[in-house]
Structures are given as C-alpha cells and as structure tokens.
Design a protein around this ligand. Structure first.
Ligand SMILES: NC(=O)c1ccc[n+]([C@@H]2O[C@H](COP(=O)([O-])OP(=O)(O)OC[C@H]3O[C@@H](n4cnc5c(N)ncnc54)[C@H](O)[C@@H]3O)[C@@H](O)[C@H]2O)c1
Length: 321
C-alpha cells in the first residue's frame, strides 16, 4: 500500500522503525540533521540489523522448545506453529538483503520527504524542537503524505496545527526492540481523518506489527499508562534505598513469572529517556521528594555514560554482549 517511508531521526526507536519497514520490503529514507548524526546513526543501524538477524538465528534453537512460542521474535516470523529451520534461513537471507538495500540516508530534508507515503517523526522528546521540525517539514511533504509521531508522552493534538495537515497526522507508538515486541499503538487526535487512521492500522500490519487501536487521546497510550507508574515505583524503591535494582528485579520476576524486572526494562529503554520522563513529574527538582531523588540518581548514572544496554552499562553491566 505504502512504498516510501521516511524516518525523521535515527535514534533508538527511529532506527528500529526504519529497519522493520526495510525488512518488510519498504523503501526507507532516514532524514538526519548533520554529518555528525550520520556518524552516530550508522553504527546503530548496523547494530540493530545484526540484532535482528541474531534473533532469527536464535529462533532456530527454539524450535521444539515449549517456550519457543513465547520467546520467538514475533515481528520477524509471522507464524511460529510449524516453523522450520529452512524457513528461518530464508528469512535471514531476506533480512540480509532488505536491510542492506532498502535503507537510505539523506541530509537534505526536501530530498528526504519528496514522494513520501508515510513519515515517522522519531526525534528527541522535546515539544519545542518537535514543533519546529513539523513547521519545517510542512511545506516539503506532498499532499498524500501521512505523518505519524512516535512520541511516548506527548499528544498529537499538541502538534496538529504545526504539521499543516491535521487530518493526516496521528501517533503510531512502538515499543523498544520492535522486532520482538511488535505492538504499534495507533492514536489520532480529534481532527484525524478516520480513513487515514484505518490506512495506518493496515500499514501497521504490513510491517508485521500488531495494531493496538487507542480510541481517544490518552497520555502514555495503553502501554505507558501502565509501564511509567510501574517503572517509577521501582525507581523510587532504589532512590530511597529500600532495595537494590537486582533485588527489585528478582522480586518482580519470581513473584509474577515476568521474564524481566523493571531495571532490566530500564536498561533497554535508556536511562536518559527515563530521566526525561521523570523531569516532567512534579517534584523532579526537589531533592526532598522521591521524584527529586530519582532524578538526581539517574543523572549521576547518565553523567557517567551508564545509559543503556548499547552503551555497555546501565543498571547492569552489558560490556560482554
Ligand atoms: N526509547 C524508547 O524506548 C522509546 C519507545 C517508544 C517511543 N519513543 C519515542 O521515540 C522518540 C525518539 O526516542 P529515542 O529513544 O529514539 O531517542 P534518541 O535520543 O535515541 O534519538 C533521538 C534522535 O533525534 C535526533 N534529534 C534530536 N534533536 C533533534 C533536532 N533538533 N532536529 C533533528 N533531529 C534531532 C537525534 O539526533 C537522534 O537521532 C521520542 O519521541 C520517544 O518518546 C522512545
């Protein structure tokens, strides 16, 4: 249905969204703002492409394992029942081909956006910078382009006017490691054209996502309405020295059967993202509050470069990966 996909921003999520679109046969252009961004984005794209292919390799080892149906990379393999090593080898070959040939990088915004069918804005969670970007993009997109934001915490109505195309603007929100956790929460604002909404639901299926239809604007969609308070509760236990991250994670995993604890999730999400979300909470600047202590403790780790799995260290040491 859509052919040309444009991703604005080549960070954690932008890279993953673009690669997932490339894997499923779409032509993907990343718009980046500078040569420096290219230097930062290329290794990320290589790293995530390798991780996707490694997930497929590992999936072969899950064939015949009763846990396989729970652990396989659902964005990369459509049906697990009856899957064979030969089928997965075919998908690995497809990934190697598509991830190499369908991905382009552009610094010129007009070139990047020319003829775009669908655009994903996946830049830093900064409302003023996002508004500025939308205003610069507005005259450069053809009339047909549908524009989606991947913002985790901001509402599409906040930016609808700045996009210059409120009817063709909505949110499509992905989870980190989208080739495994393949949900796409789709949320319009009051002015989103219902037909555009339906087209985006269909596109989500085209890129192997499970569309989660959110019927009205809700800060945090479905997932983060649950996840953010959960992570903040865990961070509060750590920042108030009630228990250490390993113990908190162990408690959550053992008592609920969940595969990951909150600090393992935070290492994946990125401590800088968690910090930015925390800064929006009341009390973030007050060191006598739990939120203030969380902010200060996260900042200490970020200043040391302990930000996420791909940085080699977050709450856990990932340097051996
Ligand atoms: N990290 C997650 O787990 C996650 C999950 C779902 C959604 N999101 C959302 O995705 C978006 C991006 O998050 P991320 O984690 O990928 O961030 P990131 O920090 O990894 O990447 C941000 C990207 O934006 C670019 N950027 C920053 N300022 C810019 C500017 N002024 N102009 C142009 N580009 C600029 C950076 O160069 C980088 O490529 C945010 O809206 C976030 O809420 C993040």
């Amino acid at each position: 249905m859509f052919h040309k996909v444009v991703i604005m921003g080549g960070g954690v999520l932008g890279s993953q969204i673009g690669l997932m679109c490339a894997y499923t046969g779409h032509d993907v252009t990343f718009w980046l703002r500078s040569e420096g961004s290219i230097g930062r984005t290329k290794p990320k794209l290589d790293g995530y492409a390798k991780a996707m292919i490694a997930s497929l390799e590992q999936a072969k080892g899950l064939i015949g394992n009763p846990m396989g149906a729970r652990l396989y990379p659902q964005g990369l393999i459509d049906v697990w029942d009856g899957v064979t090593a030969e089928k997965i080898d075919g998908l690995i070959a497809l990934a190697q081909r598509n991830l190499a040939s369908n991905v382009h990088i552009a610094l010129d915004m007009a070139d990047a956006l020319a003829d775009a069918d669908i655009v994903f804005e996946a830049m830093t969670e900064d409302p003023a910078a996002k508004t500025d970007l939308y205003r610069r993009m507005a005259p450069l997109m053809p009339a047909k382009t549908i524009l989606c934001t991947n913002s985790s915490t901001l509402l599409p109505s906040q930016f609808a006017e700045a996009t210059g195309r409120p009817g063709r603007f909505l949110a499509m929100h992905f989870a980190n490691r989208i080739w495994v956790f393949n949900t796409a929460e789709i949320m319009g604002h009051a002015g989103t054209d219902p037909d555009v909404y339906r087209q985006v639901v269909e596109f989500a299926k085209d890129i192997n996502m499970v569309p989660i239809e959110v019927h009205k604007e809700q800060p945090g969609y479905v997932l983060n309405s649950i996840l953010v308070p959960f992570l903040l509760a865990a961070e509060g236990l750590w920042a108030n020295d009630v228990a250490d991250p390993e113990t908190i994670d162990l408690t959550w995993r053992r008592a609920t059967g969940a595969p990951f604890g909150p600090f393992q999730i935070l290492d994946d999400v990125g401590l800088d993202t968690a910090y930015a979300i925390g800064r929006m909470q009341p009390g973030a600047d007050d060191p006598t509050t739990t939120m203030g202590r969380i902010s200060a403790r996260l900042k200490e780790k970020i200043d040391k470069g302990e930000t996420r799995v791909t940085a080699g260290k977050g709450f856990y040491d990932h340097s051996a990966r």
